[in-house]
Design a binder for this molecule. Sequence first.
Ligand code: PHE
Length: 335
Amino acid sequence: LRQSFEQELQRAGSSDAVEKLRVAYLGKKGSVTELLKGLKEVGAEQKKELGQHINALKRGVEERLSERIEEIRVAEEQREIEAAEQYDVTLPVAGDPGSYHPITIVQRQLEEVFTSMGFIVEDFKEIVTDYECFEAVNIPKDHPARDMQDTYYLENGQLLKTHTSAAQNFILRKYGAPVRAIFPGRCFRNEATDASHENTFFQMEGIMVDKNISISNLIYFMKTMLSEVFERDVKVRLRPGFFPFVEPGFELDISCLICGGEGCSTCHHSGWVELCPCGMIHPNVLKLGGVDPEEYTGFAFGLGLTRLVMMKYGVKDIRDLNSGNLKALSQFRHE
Ligand code: PHE
């Protein structure tokens, strides 16, 4: 019996075939099971010895079955690996080749524009400390941005960054002055969601610190960058704005992309659209970053990347961008 089992086992080439063997030998009517049943008919003396034999046979069969299963599994895996190795990555793709997310497209475009102007691109984490997000950028303890309503706090006391400014201190410390850096990132705020608000959105922050940096540098860089992104000559203007980490602080407006400044419903007939908060880096922020504000000055801007994408592509509902809806997102192809 043992021999015929062994022969059949070698012939069984798939896990299904092995399973059939298991039933044939160990199942309710299997040959080994029948042998055990037959024990009833022999005398007590013989029963003991024979019983031990048959049980040993049974264990042996069980063991060989699982060994064979494992062999087959390994062989199948090997076949799969070999098949994968024959996969030709240069073949043209059948069907939809996929596309970049519009946020990615614009982010890369901005990275290109800024790196060509000597900026480095810095990646930063999404989970930050209270110090990084608030304290280090001169946001006092009672500032509304820290409110439980707005900030997602984690159980360990850290939080999801509410703005890319959370990286300012790290970058100032890492590179010292002078420095030109942009740092795109995903930000989180506990907001009610509607067509123009999401709890998750992207910003692209930038800082430039050097001797004698002034508001004119800020205006020049913003105008150059935005003209590039919108592929036309955009006008910019500054209005006063308040942020604890800049002094003076501004809201930067651009000439309306729809009417070119004539006035239309998109710009509420003003000819201008609010785009990007910015300002001259507050001396406290420089100091906390280890940079001497007597020697160096700098500007910072916090571009709403998600908002910029919506304007560039005319996306009406911010939720489309986070939806993962490939059909909606695939309209934005990168040349
Ligand atoms: N961090 C600010 C915000 O998210 C934007 C900002 C960045 C303003 C840099 C000024 C300078 O609202």
